[in-house]
Design a protein around this ligand. Structure first.
Ligand SMILES: [Zn+2]
Length: 439
């Protein structure tokens, strides 16, 4: 029996714009007093009209371009109808069949291309808070988040392991941060993950696909990995028991319990037709001009993978380059590039010293580099051997030390330095001498 997991990912990113998607309320809602950042538009009051946020649309297109998508010349918003207490309008403004961006890809380090189906714009919902008030269990609703700009990035089900899914997510996270559209802070819910998982099972009787499962709202890479792995096992076991295969209508939605490390059934999945999508009548469609797209394209900096590649070309090791990029150590990256033209400095060594916290890129780089690269022998095993030989050859001087004449330490250090032709690291050597004399 051969088992191939098929994993797709939906990633929601909250954009860091000044105002919300369709009104002037501040978009920065984290930690604010409940319901202090609302207006008739984001409260869904009758007669209020949405006005799209251009900055948010630019950010959405920027994400699409960074993921190699094409920008659709004709685009529009749609209403997605569903009822939930944190959705005051009774629908969410999203994009259905004409998103801003479609069909792109992201490369994994292995060279494997993960397809991007679409990158579309929508708005966030409010937040429910379950609590106890005057001894009564209640649910409160805070609309500060209602209408905050969201971008949804939908991949193709091209990943076949949780490791690939994690790599994909990390890359998306780095790209979002690098292009400056969001900090994508997972703890603040600025990036939320929804893996879609099923399994292809090949055995002697044929090829079978297990029913599709979407796992909702995961807020850490590791939880995503655990949820996917649990789901793969569960689906294989389930198929062996029931033999139920994927159909057009048996997709389900599951939640993830991070304590038990299991997924649980939430509901049988709505299909697109259940949402009764229709074009948003209050917002006219968009015709996106080529020069608008080109202006956004020019604003995109070097992407993380391109930056890693440019550092590797200077001789920096990939693992060090990745750390410099992922920690967004702009100064360090600049320093490595600047000194790559200096013959006295080896870029590989310089990057490694910075990554390991030995060299501070904000201070005199050349002086630090010289001191750090002239460290000499720090191998204690090698130095111990040398010092032990000198001790064995000078029992009378050792005896003087034992009587309290501690300045003879200098004699042993001097002899060992002579022996190593000055190549021993003074600090390490001094430590070794003291330790051996005190034995
Ligand atoms: Zn508002």
């Amino acid at each position: 029996m051969k088992i191939t997991p098929l994993i797709g990912l939906e990633v929601h990113v909250e954009l860091e714009t000044k105002s919300k998607m369709f009104c002037g309320c501040p978009a920065d809602h984290f930690g604010k007093a409940p319901n202090t950042q609302t207006c008739p538009v984001c409260l869904g009051l009758p007669g209020a009209l949405p006005v799209p946020n251009q900055k948010a649309i630019e950010s959405c297109i920027k994400i699409g371009l960074a993921l190699n998508c094409s920008v659709n010349r004709l685009s529009k918003f749609d209403r997605k109808q569903y009822f939930y207490p944190d959705l005051p309008k009774g629908y969410q403004i999203s994009q259905y069949d004409q998103p801003f961006c479609s069909v792109g890809f992201l490369n994994l380090d292995s060279g494997k291309k993960i397809g991007i189906e679409r990158v579309h714009q929508e708005e966030d919902t409010g937040k429910l808070q379950h609590t106890v008030l005057n001894g009564e269990k209640v649910t409160l609703v805070d609309f500060n988040r209602s209408g905050v700009p969201l971008v949804e990035i939908v991949s193709m089900p091209d990943m076949t392991s949780s490791a690939e899914a994690k790599e994909y997510l990390k890359k998306i996270h780095e790209i979002i941060r690098a292009i400056g559209v969001s900090n994508a802070d997972m703890e603040k819910g600025q990036m939320r993950l929804e893996p879609t998982v099923n399994v292809c099972i090949e055995n002697e009787t044929g090829i079978y696909y297990t029913p599709l499962v979407e796992i909702k709202n995961i807020n850490s890479f590791n939880f995503a990995v655990q949820a996917i792995e649990f789901e793969i096992k569960r689906q294989v076991q389930e198929f062996e028991k029931s033999g139920i295969e994927k159909t057009a209508t048996n997709k389900t939605t599951r939640g993830y319990d991070s304590v038990k490390k299991t997924t649980f059934l939430q509901r049988t999945k709505e299909e697109a037709k259940d949402y009764r999508y229709f074009p948003e009548p209050d917002i006219p469609p968009f015709i996106i001009e080529e020069d608008f797209v080109e202006r956004i394209r020019k604003e995109i900096p070097l992407l993380p993978d391109q930056e890693i590649f440019s550092l590797e070309k200077l001789g920096v090791e990939k693992k060090d380059a990745k750390i410099l990029i992922s920690t967004q150590n702009r100064l360090a990256i600049q320093i490595v590039h600047d000194y790559s033209r200096d013959d006295r400095i080896d870029s590989k060594k310089l990057a490694s010293l910075i990554v390991n916290g030995k060299l501070n890129p904000a201070q005199d780089v050349l002086v630090q580099y010289r001191n750090l690269t002239k460290i000499g022998i720090t191998d204690t095993t090698q130095l111990t051997q040398i010092v032990q030989n000198i001790i064995d050859g000078n029992p009378s001087i050792v005896a003087e030390y034992k009587k309290g004449k501690t300045n003879v330490v200098g004699f042993f250090i001097g002899q060992a330095m002579k022996e190593t032709k000055g190549a021993a690291n003074p600090k390490t050597l001094s430590d070794v001498v003291t330790e051996l004399l005190n034995r």
